[in-house]
Design a protein around this ligand. Structure first.
Ligand code: GLN
Ligand code: ZN
Length: 752
């Protein structure tokens, strides 16, 4: 029985890729050294797969930055502005992803990869584009490397339709290039003949709604590719679900193999389809999106049903999608409680689960290993932390009134203004101030036990002191404590909440060299101690100006974590919401309290499947309201949502009923506010007036212009003035002048 994974993490067990990239970019290492590390990582990935017992090794999935960027590079799709730079090879490749400063050439855009937290570089089609396959693509290189090490190889390639669909176009219709692209793929396939046992063409776009045109080109592409003579067998690969309307073009593609994500598609739906004779089916039964051990008995039951229909020799076993969405290995986790560590499965362990399952199907399994595996799963599910009666009872007893503020917004605003007495165009920030080297160093020392808790607290207080003083000097109206105690807006709270655990090394690639370390929700969540109230109280004691408290909202806490698989997301969200609600009550005091509950992840949590969106939005917004409505009417609730496409969900955003919402708006030159204007969004808005992702210091004039533009869409009485997002990645030398200009701009606007 053939076994394989769709893709393996590229970052390395200790984020070797990140380190190699960053030192290369800084000029500390050579291109040659970078390539050595790359080849080492690739070889180790292949070895890991082979040692886990997989029969096919996946090659071509490794990337120095992003696999879609690699494909654009392979196809010669280099926008003109980059061709002009004269850069070549590796330098050109990184310039596409990161921009080229010397000639002020902006990078290609970056977008979220379907509903994951991975980001891809958006290819750009322009009139002048010429599609020409690179002399030697990375896919061939990696395939040859694996073959020379004696492996049977499957080559992984982004599918042509997904590739074009995810691209953007400037002065031409990108689909005009479809024929050229298909031709290039044909050539690539022919070059892989005799080298790869099969090629995996990945078309996750099949999980989304396709236009008639997309479907037609899809059929045409696979018609041409399958008819080509000199090529390896093709595995048309869907994942993240397969939309019902796309099943026909999927099953009629005439490729030798099909892959389907059984974690997102019910196997009964699959069994109800006519799977063409002779087509082999790769079943993605091991979840590539979560970190729990698979219940192998249950998985076996499903596979046997498929086997009954198709026969064993037509089946392959696989992961649901690429494993880049889970951490690399449990080997480097030493601090997790044993029962928890035993219940987890990262990429390396998932490879082993696939082979275990194959051995079970063939009746060759080691019964003791399976027994132990299954008992580890049970142990977590039955652990006392997974079910806490008082938490369950609170959720059961939630009442309607707990999801609403007492008074409507207009009345609340009057009450709040009596206390806060804020000027027109009140100025504030989004919460974090620079996370300096010093702050990170002290936190490391504290974690290693090299400084005491007392010393650490003292240090953080000093930081808060400085942050408050700076803000007073800058002249901001609503201050913040600056979040110096937080390593990360989710992990910080996860470390304090029972029901969550955090890992030492559970990194997952977000984009390029950037990785995130999502915490894991394994049990019932509740608030057992103060989360940040102490710091806020301290900050408020230092100033007469109002200090806005910061919390991370329930949906973001959930979406940026790995979630337990034995309780609905809705219920988990309410548990977190109640913990936050308890915290708001600690923060709240008589009079002028402002609390911001950040929810940047609400929009990105939107399910790919349209039919599921409403259900999700309903509980997501309810969770926010549960967290935020336990306060007095005099308490002002803010939310911050970063950059989102609000058009489709504006009614739900209004439903959140935050007194003030802040959003990223400077790069869209306030265009984003149109949606709010058209909807007649009722509450107050703080559109970001400068880009925090750039080190550039905005001038007073340009900020004023943006405020004037904002005031065209939104009544000035409703506007707040703030940067786009938190300032944690900036230096103080940038933050102080930028905020001063922002405050001056607001002051001058008040005079008009
Ligand atoms: N309060 C957080 C900060 O200022 C918000 C970050 C975010 O929205 N991603 O850093
Ligand atoms: Zn933000």
């Amino acid at each position: 029985m053939e076994t394989h994974v769709i893709g393996f993490p590229r970052i390395g067990p200790n984020r070797e890729l990140k380190k190699a990239l960053e030192s290369y970019w800084k000029g500390q290492t050579t291109e040659h050294q970078l390539k050595e590390i790359k080849n080492k990582l690739i070889s180790e990935n292949h070895k890991t797969q082979a040692e886990a017992g997989l029969s096919l090794i996946t090659a071509g999935d490794f990337s120095l930055y992003d696999h879609i960027l690699d494909m654009a590079f392979n196809l010669g799709l280099i926008p003109e502005r980059f061709q002009k730079t004269g850069l070549q090879d590796t330098e050109l490749y990184f310039a596409l992803a990161r921009g080229y400063k010397r000639e002020n050439t902006p990078a290609q855009a970056m977008l979220k990869w379907f509903d994951t937290n991975y980001h891809y570089i958006v290819p750009e089609f322009e009139k002048k584009s010429v599609i020409k396959l690179k002399e030697k693509t990375h896919i061939e290189e990696q395939t040859e490397l694996a073959k020379s090490n004696g492996y049977r190889v499957k080559a992984a390639i982004p599918g042509p339709i997904t590739f074009i669909s995810l691209s953007t176009e400037t002065d031409i219709c990108k689909w005009d290039f479809a024929d050229d692209i298909i031709e290039a793929y044909q050539e690539l396939l022919s070059r892989l003949a005799g080298k790869a046992e099969l090629v995996q063409l990945e078309e996750p776009i099949l999980a989304t709604e396709l236009t008639r045109q997309q479907k037609n080109i899809f059929q045409k592409a696979y018609d041409i590719l399958t008819k080509a003579e000199n090529r390896p067998p093709i595995m048309l690969t869907s994942y993240f679900g397969l939309r019902e309307e796309n099943t026909e073009i999927f099953f009629s593609s005439e490729t030798e193999y099909l892959h389907i994500d059984l974690c997102r598609t019910d196997y009964r739906r699959l069994l109800s389809k006519n799977i063409p004779d002779n087509t082999k089916l790769s079943v993605g039964i091991i979840d590539g999106r979560n970190i729990w051990k698979t219940d192998l008995n249950q998985a076996l039951g499903i596979i046997q049903k498929i086997e009954n229909k198709l026969g064993r020799n037509r089946l392959l076993l696989s992961s649901s999608c690429s494993l880049i969405h889970v951490p690399v290995s449990l080997r480097t986790e030493h601090l997790l409680e044993t029962y928890l560590k035993n219940s987890l499965s990262f990429a390396e362990e998932k490879c082993r689960e696939i082979s275990l399952l194959a051995s079970m199907l063939e009746g060759k399994e080691d019964k003791n290993i399976i027994k132990e595996h299954q008992s580890h799963i049970k142990e977590r599910l039955q652990h006392p932390a997974s079910r806490i009666e008082s938490v369950r009872k609170r959720i059961k007893e939630l009442t309607e009134d707990m999801f609403s503020r007492t008074k409507p917004f207009e009345e609340r605003k009057k009450i709040q203004q009596e206390y806060l007495n804020l000027p027109l165009y009140p100025t504030t920030t989004i919460g974090s101030f620079p996370q300096t080297k010093e702050i990170r160093k002290q936190r490391q020392l504290y974690k290693k036990g090299e400084i005491s808790k007392q010393e650490y607290i003292q240090f953080i207080k000093q930081q808060i002191n400085r942050i408050i003083k700076e803000q007073e000097q800058i002249g901001l109206d609503v201050l913040v404590h600056g979040e110096p105690e937080r390593n990360d807006m989710v992990e910080y709270f996860a470390e304090l909440l029972p029901g969550y655990c955090t890992t030492q090394n559970g990194w997952v690639q977000s984009y390029g060299s950037r990785c995130v370390k999502p915490p894991i929700i394994h049990g019932d969540i509740y608030r057992s101690r103060s989360l940040s109230g102490e710091w806020i109280k301290y900050a408020q004691s230092l100033t007469k100006k109002p200090v806005k408290a910061m919390l991370t909202g329930p949906v973001t806490m959930l979406k940026w974590s790995f979630v337990r698989d034995d309780l609905s997301m809705e219920e988990v969200a309410y548990q977190i919401a109640l913990a936050l609600r308890d915290e708001t009550k600690e923060i709240e005091k008589e009079g002028s309290t402002i609390i911001q509950i950040d929810e940047p992840a609400i929009r990105e949590g939107l399910p790919l499947e349209k039919a599921e969106r409403e259900k999700y939005l309903k509980w997501a917004i309810k969770a926010f309201r549960l967290a935020s409505s336990g306060v007095k009417d005099s308490t002002q609730i803010h939310t911050h949502m970063c950059y989102s496409d609000f058009a489709e969900i504006i009614n739900w955003i209004a439903e959140m009923d935050a007194d003030v919402i802040s959003i990223e708006a400077s790069r869209s030159k306030m265009e984003l506010l149109k949606t709010f204007e058209e909807y007649q969004y009722p509450n107050d808005i703080g559109p970001g007036v400068y880009d925090v992702h750039s080190p550039r210091i905005p001038t007073t004039e340009e900020i004023k212009k943006l405020i004037e533009r904002a005031a065209k869409y939104i009544k000035k009485e409703k506007l707040w003035i703030n940067p786009d997002c938190g300032l944690k990645t900036r230096d103080w030398a940038e933050v102080i002048p930028a905020l001063k200009n922002m405050v001056t701009a607001a002051q001058e606007m008040r005079k008009q």
